[in-house]
Design a protein around this ligand. Structure first.
Ligand code: C5P
Length: 357
């Protein structure tokens, strides 16, 4: 039987889930701020951020994979100092490496859509809507992994969709496209010079939920059906991501005051942009660990915890207004997520009674 991996004396599975919840909340806040705190003419390129994310994540995974290869006694004791590099090269360019091209493209699309969504929605509404990932993940788990869902889980999914719907309707009604000047009356509050378009934001978040569900389930399928190392899989994923991530950069119009290719790409790339990329890289690595040692469904549960965190932070940082329908919608989403994650046979009796009656 496999030994459960531990970190700081706690099961890695739970440490990574809690870390992912905090990372998710931090990402949506920092990413939102990085997009709306500067006028559009001085904002950084999301395509550059997506590319940088893949380069950094791939490089970190490569170093971890290399350290692991060199810790194998056969390689460690070898007289050839390049034995590990050669072995890793063969593992990365293995016959089945092409399998990672599918989630790679999906994740690049998802990461780009996330920028569109977060630039056009309040943080809390984005987080709640992004919970629809649970629905798409469940649907793809049923279709691709042949998982069976209990009737409680299906009911939970319906409630999830209902809750997201309530939040979306109230956000669209209260955030009409306009130049939002929130918080200008407060010294510490950010000044938004940004035009938000909630419909565009919801369109992007819905599409991102589809790519998230499909990519996550596909990655789980590849990881669990082969013996290849997680970090090698991550390197393969990043390598395949480079092509779709580079395309929008290569086809971007050259600015009139061009200062050269690299300087153009990273134009206006300030501290907040770097922080966004840093949190994204960290999240990508933690997500991979969660998918490997836990599963996609528990991942959904972790991210729903992050709703509460980002909701509280939005109230403090962005003076987000709490409306009764927002509270109703997000409570429905949280309750649905909790219901969905009840272990089989331990569903709350009130729910099983309702279903069976
Ligand atoms: O929202 P979701 O949990 O689907 O997001 C997954 C995120 O994790 C994506 O941004 C994706 O790029 C990243 N990821 C990764 N490496 C993996 C799996 C996911 O970077 N092996």
């Amino acid at each position: 039987q496999e030994v459960e991996p531990m970190l700081f004396g706690l099961p890695l599975k739970y440490v990574s889930l809690v870390t992912l919840a905090v990372q998710n909340a931090a990402l949506s806040i920092v990413m939102h701020y990085s997009r709306v705190s500067t006028p559009p003419s001085r904002s950084y390129s999301p395509a550059a951020a997506v590319l940088l994310n893949e380069i950094l994540k791939g490089s970190i995974s490569f170093v971890i994979a290399l350290l692991r290869v060199y810790s194998v006694p056969e390689v460690y004791n070898s007289r050839n100092p390049f034995a590990g590099v050669w072995r890793l090269y063969r593992e990365i360019f293995s016959a089945d490496c092409w399998k990672l091209s599918i989630p790679a493209v999906l994740y690049v699309v998802q990461n780009s859509l996330q920028f569109v969504a977060i630039s056009n929605l309040p943080v809390a509404s984005f987080q709640v809507s992004y919970q629809m990932k649970i629905l798409t993940t469940a649907a793809f788990s049923v279709v691709l992994l042949g998982r069976k869902l209990t009737s409680t889980k299906w009911v939970a999914l319906c409630f999830l969709a209902l809750g997201v719907g309530i939040v979306q309707i109230q956000t669209t009604a209260s955030t009409t496209p306009r130049n939002v000047q929130v918080g200008s009356a407060h010294d510490s509050a950010p000044i938004y010079n940004h035009i938000m378009s909630p419909l565009k934001g919801f369109g992007a978040v819905t599409a991102a939920c589809f790519t998230s569900g499909l990519a996550g389930v596909y990655f789980e399928m590849v990881l669990k059906n082969s013996k290849a190392d997680l970090w090698v899989r991550n390197v393969q994923l990043s390598l395949f991501s480079l092509i779709p991530a580079l395309l929008p950069i290569l086809y971007a119009p050259i600015p009139l005051d061009s200062r050269g290719f690299f300087l153009d790409i990273f134009r206006h790339f300030g501290w907040w942009a770097w922080a966004t990329v840093g949190i994204q890289v960290f999240g990508g690595l933690v997500t991979a660990i969660v998918i490997k040692y836990s599963d996609n469904i528990l991942k959904g549960f972790a991210t729903s915890l992050s709703i509460i965190l980002s909701f509280l932070a939005s109230v403090v940082l962005f003076h987000f207004r709490i409306t009764p329908s927002f509270v109703l919608g997000s409570s429905t989403v949280l309750a649905a997520t909790w219901m969905y994650n009840q272990p089989a046979g331990k569903e709350p009796t009130i729910i099983t009674n309702v279903i069976s009656s």
